[in-house]
Structures are given as structure tokens and as C-alpha cells.
Write a protein that binds this ligand. Structure first.
Ligand code: P6P
Length: 333
């Protein structure tokens, strides 16, 4: 399928969606509306984050999510904002959220889409004003329209995604997404309340000079990963680790590089979640010319067996990820 036609920088997200809907011969507008619903919730969460310290919504909420992680107040708020936008938008029959243990049926049983979402990834950083992000993945439901959705609608291979994206709440707020025809980035102008196309047809370099990894866990990593990291140091590559996946991923997407979160003793199957972290970012990186693997195979080929399943993740510039894969493969042989 051809990449999307490069449209002029400065076009609004809404007009971009409309122009590209025309390229989909059987488009009926639901996916376009769903993308608008996500963008709207992103604008609201952006406002909440920007006034976090002033509105007594910073700090911990006082409970844990299913992952056993302390929820921040803004985790809970962001989750409420996105779920409300997706329910009210009417295009989604079911939601899988990092913040909720079970599949959430929206009641829109005639809707054809399912969304997996991490409403606010990296939120443990938020009180120190480090960039955080929302990550989302969109599938077509498998159950018949008009019926109650079930878990099988959510447990689909990564390659079955119809769209994926993230919103980075950073020095500027950006929405970056793909519908399978390339990757495009939009920057939010809060004075106008609009996202504008700023990064058309993003492509990632085949090789980068940056690796992102929590080296504090180095002694816990598989030998092949320790070997790769020693190789990076020998080549004088730059270690950059923000500890916020969307921020680390976005930098590597634009400048080239690789992000690694291997399995550790604490997280023997990896820390990152397949459905709403690994799959959407893998779809984006592959659309931008990069690769994502778990050390055994491509992330997008994995068939998930549970909603909050975790996976090791090596994602970014093709040559760097291929290098990691070869070392993991040799280690396993
Ligand atoms: P560690 C945040 O909790 C997150 O899911 C990602 O955003 C980030 O890359 C990673 O975990 C950080 O994990 O163990 O290095 O603090």
C-alpha cells in the first residue's frame, strides 16, 4: 500500500484526516472520528498535565493498578478522560486500559473498533516535570457488530492493528500516528486548540548513535544484551535514558537509535505491556522503516494470550535491532 501523500506542513489534523479518508476506498468515517476523539482527549489531558502542580492533581492517588504500580492522580484522571471520550464518541465497542484489570465494554455494541490504551505512560516521572505520553492501538472487532464484545476482540496479533499512535506531552505536545500508510506527526498549538502537521512522512534512520536502556539492571540482563551494551560502549555510542518510554521512543524515531527493555529477575517476561505499549510502537516504527523484536521474533507477529501480557522490547533503527536479534539468536542456539 502506498504511503500517504505528503500533505503540506501546517495543515490541521482534522483536514489531514479528511484528505486521507478519501484515499481509503471503503472508508465510512468511523476511524476518522475515532482519531478525532483521541485527539480531543489528548488536548484535555494536556491541559490537566500543564496545570498539575496548581490544581492539586499531582502526586500519588493512593492505590495500585493491576500491574502493582502506584497510580498517580494524573493516571486516574487521564484514564477517565480517554474512556469518556471513547465512550461518548460512539466508535468503540471495547477498551483495554493499563489502569483497568478487565476489558471495558462501552455499550456501543454497533461500533466496529476496539482500543488498547496506556493513558499516561511514564507517569512516575510527572512530579519532576519529565515528558510523559499516551499510547494507543486500534483494532477492528472480531465479534459480530451488534453483539457484546469479548476478550477475543482484544487478543489479536500486533499485525492486525488498523491504527496506532502516541501523544507526547513534552516541551511541545505532539500526536504521532499511523493507519498503515506511513507515520505523521502533529504539533499542538494550545493558543488555537489545534494539532498541525509538523512532521510529515516520518522515516527513522537504519543506524543511530544512541541506545536507551536502564543500565542499573545491567547485571540482570541476558548475556546477549550485556554483550550488545558492551559493544555500544566500545563504539562510543551515546547512552540516553529518560525513563519515559514515549519520550525515549520519539527521540530515537526522529534521530535514529534503539530502546531496550530486556527481561530481568524482577520482570522475567519483560516490563512493558504488549497490547498498549509494544504493539502500537512496533506498528509505528515498522511504518517508519525500523524494527521491533522481543529477542526471539518480531513483536507484531506475537499472538497475545492475556490483556496485560508483558514482553521484552528492542525497538528502533533496523541495523541496531538486527544486531541485538543476532546476538540473542546466537545465545539461544
Ligand atoms: P524502569 C514507565 O513506567 C515505563 O513503563 C516506561 O515508560 C519506561 O521506559 C520504563 O517503564 C521505565 O522502567 O524500570 O527503567 O524505571
Amino acid at each position: 500500500m502506498n504511503d500517504q501523500l505528503a500533505l503540506p506542513v501546517g495543515i490541521t489534523l482534522d483536514r489531514f484526516i479528511m484528505r486521507n479518508e478519501a484515499d481509503f476506498p471503503f472508508a465510512t468515517g468511523e476511524l476518522s472520528q475515532l482519531l478525532r476523539d483521541i485527539a480531543l482527549a489528548g488536548k484535555i489531558v494536556n491541559r490537566d498535565i500543564n496545570r498539575g502542580g496548581l490544581a492539586d492533581i499531582s502526586g500519588q492517588f493512593g492505590s495500585q493498578n493491576i500491574q502493582g504500580e502506584q497510580q498517580m492522580k494524573l493516571d486516574v484522571i487521564a484514564n477517565i478522560r480517554f474512556i469518556r471520550a471513547l465512550k461518548n464518541g460512539g466508535e468503540v465497542c471495547a477498551i483495554i486500559s493499563e489502569e483497568d484489570p478487565e476489558l471495558l465494554a462501552t455499550g456501543n455494541n454497533k461500533a466496529k473498533y476496539v482500543v488498547a490504551i496506556d493513558p499516561l505512560d511514564g507517569s512516575s516521572n510527572i512530579d519532576s516535570n519529565v515528558s510523559v505520553g499516551t499510547i494507543f492501538s486500534i483494532y477492528r472487532r472480531l465479534t459480530p457488530m451488534g453483539t457484546e464484545p469479548n476478550i477475543n476482540d482484544a487478543l489479536q496479533k500486533g499485525r492486525m492493528q488498523v491504527a496506532a499512535g502516541y501523544i507526547l506531552y513534552g516541551s511541545s505536545t505532539m500526536l504521532v500516528y499511523t493507519t498503515g500508510r506511513g507515520v505523521n506527526g502533529f504539533t499542538y498549538d494550545y493558543s488555537l486548540g489545534e494539532f498541525f502537521l509538523s512532521h510529515p512522512q516520518v522515516k527513522t534512520a537504519a543506524m543511530g548513535d544512541t541506545y536507551s536502556c536502564n543500565e542499573g539492571n545491567m547485571d540482570d540482563f541476558p548475556a546477549s544484551i550485556q554483550q550488545y551494551l558492551h559493544k555500544c560502549k566500545g563504539q562510543r555510542l551515546t547512552g540516553r535514558y529518560i525513563g519515559s518510554l514515549v519520550a525515549d521512543f520519539h527521540r530515537n524515531l526522529l534521530k535514529g537509535g534503539v530502546y531496550l527493555y530486556p527481561s530481568t529477575t524482577k520482570n522475567p517476561t519483560g516490563k512493558l505491556r504488549l497490547l498498549y505499549e509494544c504493539f502500537p510502537l512496533a506498528f509505528i516504527i515498522e511504518q517508519a522503516g525500523g524494527i521491533a523484536c522481543d529477542g526471539k521474533g518480531r513483536i507484531l507477529d506475537i499472538m497475545p494470550s492475556s490483556l496485560h501480557q508483558r514482553s521484552p522490547l528492542y525497538i528502533g533503527s533496523t541495523k541496531m535491532v538486527e544486531d541485538i536479534y543476532s546476538l540473542c539468536f546466537a545465545d539461544a542456539s
